[in-house]
Design a protein around this ligand. Structure first.
Ligand code: HMG
Length: 388
């Protein structure tokens, strides 16, 4: 039975900053950010958006009345959780109007848990072929003002429906995965910003990719010739490019050109948005699917998922004939073209306004055009609203 991603949808807030402005404000050469890091713009997350609202906003276009009544598993992958006990998926179930006889669960393993959610969903559908599973990967990538990680911030969510006979991509049963307890990036419970050993994290990412790629080739007998594109977790676009460059010498000249062109397509959206943590690999996939007109059904795509701490997985998927039908038409370009640019001073002000602590607070929601927003905190309860 073929199982995989049937539909995909995306959300990121309506605000952004230019990386050239940020470079100027931080006393850096703009080319360090634009070329050395490979980021052009960065999503800014207003206080009225969090992992839950962004997840709901991403998933909403996929919801039909039939799905609301039949969906019985919602998997929410995030490392920007808003509660140590209650799952963000329970909020999603209500906001999206999903029937109550459903399992809802939140997963955490840094940027990796979106991939685990997909694999769990695939296994569930293997046992229940008539069901669909909603997997939502949603995060705010936040390092802090004037830190070296600041240029790699961002945020947003990817929602995916997993089913039998999927429209977009089958998940092939060929995953290679590994874990190593390392301190490359983490966020202790008392912190709202990530801690990171930046250069070390980039090295561990590359080591994991190489080890899993070698293991994948040994276990499956496949080589680079079997792949039409490689898609990477993109904490910043240069990181994925470094990964690709590690395996390019295994390809002939023509294929090298093709793999590089596919990579360019896959990094287009991330370059404008920044890191999505759990959703980042799947934003790269969306970008590849939307921005590569020549992708042929039947193409084998290799996907590398990495989550600090650290866990990685390399697997492949086969592109399905009607993959365009599973994507929300023109969604990301429309969203990007409607965004509003901010000065660095405005961004810094918004950054400091993120909802923290336990005091009651009402948030100004009228400037946020999103369907789902966070309206404030009352008696230590988050007030989520559907605006339209
Ligand atoms: P940095 O120290 O400010 O930058 O931090 P740098 O000095 O290493 O420079 C970056 C690149 O720009 C270098 O290129 C420079 O040569 C180049 P590279 O050697 O890497 O190829 N450069 C220039 N290029 C052109 N013109 C110039 C110029 N100047 C310099 N004028 C770092 C960079 C990424 C470390 C920092 O931003 C950071 O710590 N970011 C956060 C951590 C991160 O994203 N790590 C990635 C791997 S871990 C991961 O993917 C997991 C994660 O998503 C979290 C999770 O799993 O939950 C992060």
């Amino acid at each position: 039975m073929k199982i995989g991603i049937d539909q995909m949808s995306f959300f990121s807030p309506h605000l952004y900053i230019e990386m050239s402005d940020l470079a100027q404000a931080r006393g850096e050469d703009p080319n360090k950010y634009l070329i050395g890091i490979g980021q052009t713009r960065q999503a800014v997350i207003p206080p009225t958006q969090d992992a839950v609202t962004m997840g709901a906003n991403a998933a909403a276009p996929l919801m039909t009345d039939e799905l609301r009544q039949t969906l019985d598993l919602v998997i929410f992958a995030t490392e920007s959780g808003i509660d140590q006990s209650k799952s963000g998926a329970a909020y999603l179930q209500r906001l999206l109007g999903i029937q109550k006889y459903a399992r809802t669960i939140e997963l955490k393993q840094a940027c990796y848990s979106g991939t685990y959610g997909l694999m769990q969903a695939r296994d569930y559908v293997a046992v229940h072929p008539d069901r669909k599973v909603l997997v939502v990967a949603s995060d705010v990538a936040r390092y802090g003002l004037k830190t070296s990680g600041e240029v790699t911030q961002g945020g947003g969510a990817v929602a995916m429906l997993v089913s039998a006979d999927p429209q977009i991509l089958t998940l092939e049963n060929d995953s290679q995965f590994m874990t190593d307890d390392v301190m490359d990036f983490w966020r202790p419970n008392y912190a709202t910003e990530a801690r990171v050993d930046g250069k070390y994290s980039s090295n561990v990412y590359q080591e994991f990719f190489k080890e899993l790629w070698d293991r994948y080739r040994k276990q499956t007998g496949r080589t680079i010739d079997d792949f039409d594109a490689l898609v990477f977790h993109l904490p910043y676009t240069k990181m994925g490019k470094k990964g690709l460059q590690m395996v390019l010498p295994e390809a002939d000249e023509l294929q090298q050109k093709e793999l590089l062109a596919q990579f360019e397509a896959s990094q287009k959206y991330s370059r404008q948005i920044g890191n999505l943590y759990t959703g980042s690999l799947y934003l790269s996939l969306l970008s590849l699917l939307n921005e590569t007109p020549g992708l042929k059904p039947g193409a084998r795509l290799g996907l590398f998922s990495y989550g600090s701490g650290a866990e990685g997985e390399f697997y492949s998927g086969i592109l399905q004939p009607k993959y365009h039908a599973g994507l929300v038409s023109n969604q990301v370009p429309d969203l990007l073209s409607r965004r509003q640019g901010l000065s660095i001073a405005q961004y810094e002000q918004i950054f400091e306004q993120t909802l923290q602590g336990s005091a009651d607070r009402e948030l100004e929601i009228k400037n946020d055009p999103a369907q789902f927003v966070l309206a404030g905190l009352k008696n230590e309860r988050r007030q989520y609203l559907k605006q339209h």
